[in-house]
Write a protein that binds this ligand. Sequence first.
Ligand code: BGC
Length: 769
Amino acid sequence: MNQVYITPNEWSVIEEGFNAERVMSSESLFSLGNGAMGQRANFEENYSGETFQGSYIGGVYYPDKTRVGWWKNGYPEYFAKVLNAPNWIGIRVLVNNCELDLNTCQKISNFKRELNMKEGWHKRSFQAILENGIEVKVEALRFLSLSHDEAGAINYQVTPIHQSAEITFIPYLDAGIKNQDSNWDDQFWEITNVENTTNQAFIESHTLKTLYHVGTFMESKLFLNNEIQAIQPQVEKSKSHVAFHYSVAVEAGQTASIQKFAGYVTSLNHDASQLIDASKNVLNEVTSIGFEGLLQEQIEAWANIWEMSDIVIEGDVKAQQGIRFNIFQLNQTYSGKDERLNIGPKGFTGEKYGGSTYWDTEAYCLPFYMATKNQEVAKNLLIYRYNHLDKAIENAEKLGFKNGAALYPMVTMNGEESHNEWEITFEEIHRNGAIAFAIFNYHRFTGDYSYIPEMGMEVLIGIARFWQQRVNYSEDKKKYVMLGVTGPNEYENNVNNNWYTNYIAKWCMEYMLENLAILAKDFASDYKRILKKTKLKDEEIEAMKEISANMYFPYSEKYDVYLQQDGFLDKDIATVDQLNQEERPINQFWSWDRILRSPYIKQADTLQGFYFFEDQFSKEELEKHFDFYEPLTVHESSLSPCVHSVQAAKLGRMEQAYEFYLRTSRLDLDDYNREVDEGCHITSMAGTWMSIVEGFGGMRVKDNALHFEPQIPENWKSYTFKVNFRNTVLSIQITQDGFEISADKEVKESIKVFGKEISPVITTQKVNS
Ligand code: BGC
């Protein structure tokens, strides 16, 4: 059962009342992250009920040995796992020696959690009667610092309500951690050192095989009624654990609190042999700023993020909370500061999906980062793939391709494929197209061509070569066909001529050739260098021209639509509304073979192509395809509703667009897919942003101009968003009776609203609808 319990609020995610059944869902929803690390919203104190403990460090992973029923040649040896890292948030709490544990308390009242998205912190407060009958009031505030991204801070306060009591805080570090999703129950970490000073503690550990060295550290301070207590704590140490014991006698109504500063330093950014020193430096820095000072910095850092990326919706609190939750989580997951990192489908909120990088980044996330950050951030996402090109070539070689053909992995951490389901690893090859599309999209939006001659051209050549080798000529059809693939709709496997895959393959070859001609003409030295390096031959170029001009696309005369794949019409085309609603989501109720034989579509597939290549089809064609495919779509991928929302808005179906928007923006908050306990759907959150900006706002870049075709849902008073278009920040407000745009400086680019040129925007311009 999905549980809807989040209190609507414009700036915060709020849960009121304690319910043990919601603990794991809330651990996902209230997660914290700062781009460098993140953690599920686990309780600081002990909790013996059902919980999913999770702390993660960006870029630190483990190659878990593959587990499959039947080994197939070409499978990767391992599945890269986002690694559950040492826990630094833990603080055991004893009241007169009785453990505070919400699972065993006699009574819990006034339980409230708040994730304050405006300021970037998480607070939990409650009253509890412990097993020994003592009632305490607790308030715990925690954040992961954006300004010092190796550290976080916790302020944990306990007030005995009716009687005096001895309060013991036991802040600890625990490195004896396992991944919930480990394949063989193997040990992923080796712990090499546990040490402490009077009030600082450290654990050094490294991942096995990948040898990432991590220093986990903490320092705590005890307070009574806000006065620091000079207590020398007792130390408790084991091979994987270190804790300090602080006890203090507290009168009824008085408050004892502990401040804990903690975090990680890693060999990604420090010399592996200097991690204790590096930890001490971080601790000294953050403790000298102090809890309040750090919190203040946090508030300012988030204010800066919101200044650019906020979307303000007037008149619809649930929609407002939804979009802010999405924007908040995206910023928690990826800051764009480090080109080695990427955006995992679960971010730092869970382990499912393993590795960090899917086609999701290029297909769904890039537009958000392009428009709400500076250009470098989006470029870093492209550079990430350039840095993985050699591995993509090796990956294709493993599958029998040659001459520098590149197949980017479905899932990766370091460029190597780490997914091992044959129908996805070997067949869901459309992902390769998204990498090329992102290069096109980046250039289209930013106007910056430099990436293509510097790096992108090599990527495009590798990808185009893959497609050239992957197709074959069908004598029967007198066309080039692509056999045995899985399209974006994973509810069909091993199909022939998936329309989307064939289309993007053709486009990739054409786009590569188009850019090759530009380089030959305008970037002669890059052209020479690239031809020499890639050894691209004339025969290959000719073959690509021939294939792209003669690619086969399945088509139905009867319905006048392109078919998702050759055999699609052999299915019993019964629409989703005829399904037994009790059996949804079908992936939780039906056998896999029943799903595969059904006409039900997991996510946009043919429509994904219409989304990417909108300009290549008429509105009538879009409408026809939308009306054919959407009624068959179960939207069981989080990536589905956003594309449909953008398209419904384009077709002027605002009610439907709004429904899809709400579903995508509140997918996790309202747990539509009944799985939020496993973590949040981070990559689809960028799709929510697209639903508003591209869907309702109608923003597109066409012919080097920025276009808007604004519409507004009936129940909204207004909505406002900003985009950084070619280094000018445009602020756009859409109300029920008009559109206003302003810019932070004179706009040199062409801007059009409903096709009418409104630039140069110097001051605010108003266009009435
Ligand atoms: C979707 C894929 C996506 C993956 C990670 C799957 O459920 O079908 O398209 O890449 O999730 O988000």
